[in-house]
Ligand binder design. Structure first.
Ligand SMILES: Cc1cc2nc3c(=O)[nH]c(=O)nc-3n(C[C@H](O)[C@H](O)[C@H](O)COP(=O)(O)OP(=O)(O)OC[C@H]3O[C@@H](n4cnc5c(N)ncnc54)[C@H](O)[C@@H]3O)c2cc1C
Length: 289
């Protein structure tokens, strides 16, 4: 199907994009177009105007400091996946980016577009929730920071205002911290590679015991959810297979999403299986960090 007709505006700067958004109610930003254009062709989205930010300068690239990594919103999945520096500083992000779709999607799709779209089947929302990221949005009143746990509001709904542009995402450089390890695993949809369920695990080890345990599940609920009972059960114990299995077996995520491919019950089961595997991998990495 063809999309409805719309106006197209190619923004020349961030301020230019914000001004056009402010003046045109219903206008949508266009970044890589790999979520918005398919939605428009299905007529699920019918924006009267597209504001293309694809050529706006200053929104692209990865900056790494001692403690944190800042990624511009226009950075493509391919750039995130290929960055050796990011792979050292925050390995799970690079690892997850490499699992997104296919080279065509990875070369066009952007981290900012993925987060602003808030699709429960996408990968980055789960990761940035686990990493406790800080997102920066810029609007007519300037910049504001939004914590990842306050960013996702519902299915395809975020805390961004209609005239704001997500400009960057900051995550901790946990890869450089001794005793830390992370892993992201997903059950890929066979047609698209979207995450039917994805689990991010991030752990810290002190004297062989877990001093930090973060487990976030995506794809089972509208927005990524911490598996709180698993996190609590792991603190202070050794990351043995037995302890991890005992913790993940009692995971109590209330899966609400389901479709003809995977019911909510099956997604809850996948979450347990993937959490166990992700935690074991994260523990192995933490031991050798
Ligand atoms: C076949 C296929 C397979 C895919 N598989 C996966 C997968 O395995 N995993 C996965 O995570 N994703 C997958 N995707 C989605 C892909 O990653 C998209 O690129 C991504 O979700 C959206 O990024 P984009 O830059 O293309 O955004 P766009 O499509 O341009 O925009 C998406 C939405 O975000 C808004 N937006 C864009 N940029 C900004 C910004 N900076 N600030 C505020 N709002 C903004 C737009 O207005 C729009 O509403 C797949 C897509 C396709 C087509």
């Amino acid at each position: 199907m063809y999309s409805s007709t719309m106006d197209y505006y190619r923004a020349t700067s961030l301020n230019d994009a914000i001004k056009v958004l402010e003046k045109n109610k219903g206008a949508k930003l266009l970044a890589g177009g790999h979520s918005l254009i398919p939605a428009m062709k299905l007529r699920v989205a019918n924006p009267p105007m597209l504001v293309d930010i694809g050529h706006v300068k200053g929104l692209n690239g990865i900056k790494i400091s001692k403690k944190s990594v800042t990624i511009g919103s226009l950075t493509t999945h391919a750039t995130v996946a290929a960055s050796q520096e990011l792979n050292q500083a925050c390995p799970i992000l690079a690892e997850a980016a490499a699992l997104i779709a296919d080279p065509q999607v990875r070369n066009r799709g952007t981290i900012g577009g993925s987060l602003a779209n808030a699709d429960p089947a996408s990968d980055y929302p789960t990761l940035i929730t686990a990493l406790d990221a800080t997102l920066t949005a810029t609007g007519p009143k300037g910049e504001r920071e939004i914590e990842a746990r306050k960013f996702f509001k519902d299915l395809f709904t975020t805390a961004l205002k209609r005239d704001e542009v997500l400009t960057s995402i900051a995550v901790p450089a946990y890869g450089t911290m001794p005793g830390m390890g992370g892993a992201y695993l997903k059950h890929r949809h066979p047609a698209s590679s979207y995450a039917v369920v994805g689990v991010a695990a991030l752990i810290g080890l002190e004297d062989g015991k877990l001093s930090r345990a973060v487990v976030v599940v995506g794809g089972a609920t509208a927005n990524p959810t911490h598996a709180r009972s698993v996190e609590a059960a792991l603190l202070g114990v050794e990351p043995s297979e037995e302890n991890i299995a005992a913790a993940t077996d009692q995971m109590d995520i209330d899966a609400t999403l389901g479709d003809s491919y995977a019911s909510a019950e099956y997604r809850a089961h996948l979450a347990k299986v993937l959490a166990k595997r992700a935690l074991l991998l994260a523990a192995e990495r933490a031991r050798s960090s």
